[in-house]
Design a protein around this ligand. Structure first.
Ligand code: SF4
Length: 424
């Protein structure tokens, strides 16, 4: 038994990097700590403990994590520093070498954080508790419950796909999820607490599957039956797992927004094969067409990676031309970076850094054109905005169901409420 009385009134500060899943998990860690007597450090207050939940999706992400750790240590010079998340799981020694880091926790261990905090008031001894990936199996559905209007519901974790460039399965283990009933209970609790918009998050959410054979489609149908005034969004879903039935259901559902985020990564089948992705560009194009046929105003966000090993100029041109034709709203462009322990390192053709940058810039420009074109089609349409934030006497901001950012003169009483708007 840990003596948790030592935690009472201790101030804790959080910093989260990376994906929405991390935000949901930080929120759960916070709830665990508050239940033990910790309180959140207010802005400007010195924290007794800092929790940094890291990301390791690229080398740039690793660097941003190191910078964030240093920033937090500067801001809270006497705090006990805990680093967890994907970077901690993948490179625990590198993290532990940072002077001032007290505790490094792996993906499994972070959900038992309080068990590791027994040294808070004793002589500090740097500790690393990071289990092997094969053992990463902890799962708990969770919903972020910060002050934000938009909540992130963790419905799934891990991935069995092992794309050749990706280290996420090494950091987060195999795909797993809770039952539909458990997931619904967490969602309903959030709705009862006032959540108006809930984004379903995970590493590979389309892989949701229960021992009873229920799938992601069954989950969203069940969520759609929950009571309360709420809107759901589906975050990134693999194209091969975005079954037509899911698209059909979103179209007729009560609560799901016409907003899709589908990772393409490359518009060249040669590169998709090298990436070990599980679809072709033709399948991807079909999915986009189906969404647009059923929901012409749907927002479609697409992830694209440039500079992957093997991506010759011809392959990139193929991707560019493919994306030009695709009826999508926005691209999230990532630049490939070499990651240890990935199969992509065996591919001989290396794209020079300068060329990776050029390709990224070209796609960013294309994305901007596509977004502007989409916005032009939306002028004059009406939508339902959920107002998220605003300042008295200034403007308030929100998003429509199809993820158009809208603004209006601020009326604080409307924050966290739905309102009909006309897009100008
Ligand atoms: S689907 Fe591929 S890119 Fe996505 S997490 Fe799994 S291995 Fe990584």
């Amino acid at each position: 038994m840990i003596d948790t009385s030592q935690f009472c009134g201790k101030k804790v500060a959080f910093h989260t990097l990376g994906c929405k899943l991390n935000f949901a998990e930080t929120s759960v860690i916070g709830q665990m700590l508050f239940a033990e007597g910790f309180v959140r450090a207010k802005a400007g207050e010195q924290a007794d403990i800092c929790i940094i939940n890291t990301c390791s999706v690229t080398n740039v992400a690793d660097k941003k994590c190191r910078q964030a750790i240093h920033r937090l240590m500067e801001r809270h010079p006497n705090a006990y520093i805990v680093v967890t998340g994907c970077y901690a799981q993948l490179k625990p020694d590198e993290v532990a070498q940072i002077t001032g880091v007290d505790l490094v926790l792996g993906s499994n261990e972070k959900m038992a954080l309080t068990d590791f905090l027994t040294h808070l008031d004793r002589n500090r001894r740097k500790q690393i508790h990071v289990g092997r990936t094969a053992k990463i199996n902890a799962f708990q559905p969770a919903c972020s419950a910060d002050d934000r209007t938009r909540h992130f519901l963790k419905i799934q974790d891990g991935c069995n796909y092992y794309c050749s460039y990706c280290t996420i399965p090494l950091a987060r283990g195999r795909s797993r999820n809770a039952s539909i009933e458990q997931t619904l209970a967490v969602a309903q609790e959030s709705i009862d607490r006032g959540a108006k918009e809930i984004v379903l998050t995970g590493v590979n959410i389309g892989a949701f599957e229960t021992p009873k054979g229920e799938t992601f489609l069954d989950l969203i149908k069940a969520l759609d039956n929950l009571s309360g005034e709420v809107r759901f969004r589906i975050s990134s879903i693999e194209p091969n797992l975005l079954r037509d039935e899911i698209i059909d259901f979103v179209k007729v559902s009560n609560h799901f927004a016409p907003h899709f985020h589908i990772p393409l990564q490359s518009g060249s089948n040669t590169i998709l094969r090298l990436m070990r992705r599980r679809y072709t560009r033709e399948l991807f194009a079909e999915k986009v067409k189906t969404v647009k046929r059923l929901m012409p105003d749907a927002f479609i966000g697409v992830d694209v990676m440039v500079g992957m090993r093997g991506e010759t100029p011809d392959c990139f041109e193929e991707t560019y031309a493919f994306l030009q034709e695709l009826d999508i709203t926005q691209m999230h462009v990532f630049t490939y970076s070499e990651r240890n322990n990935t199969q992509a390192l065996e591919i001989g053709y290396i794209v020079p850094q300068q060329e990776r940058k050029r390709r990224s810039e070209a796609l960013h420009r294309l994305s901007q054109e596509k977004t502007e074109r989409f916005m032009d089609t939306q002028r004059g349409n009406s939508g339902i905005a959920l107002w998220e934030s605003g300042r008295r006497g200034e403007k308030m901001f929100g998003f429509t169901e199809n993820y158009i950012r809208v603004e209006a003169p601020c009326d604080l009483s409307l924050i966290n409420t739905f309102q009909s708007v006309v897009i100008t």
